[in-house]
Ligand binder design. Structure first.
Ligand code: FES
Length: 82
């Protein structure tokens, strides 16, 4: 099980956290990975100064561009799941 926690604090919200949540939810469903990937939200992770939306994958923090969700999903979430 890969645990994915998306920051939905106000700064990440402004950077497109909602699109990240929606995009990842859609990809997880499309790929039939609902049993393998657990998505949840969290308050500010204290990394507001970074360029992207803060997303933790199995405890490791990444900064995600809402326009690059598919790449992030394939490289980090699916890639790290192998
Ligand atoms: S609001 Fe996301 S890191 Fe601060």
């Amino acid at each position: 099980m890969t645990e994915v926690v998306i920051c939905v604090g106000s700064s990440c919200h402004l950077k497109g956290a909602r699109r990240v949540v929606e995009g990842l939810t859609k990809l997880v469903t499309e790929r039939g990975l609902t049993e393998n990937v657990k998505l949840s939200g969290s308050f500010c992770m204290g990394r507001c100064e970074e360029a992207g939306v803060s997303v933790k994958v199995n405890g490791e923090i990444h900064f995600v561009d809402p326009d690059q969700i598919k790449e992030f999903f394939d490289n980090v979430i699916v890639g790290g799941n192998r």
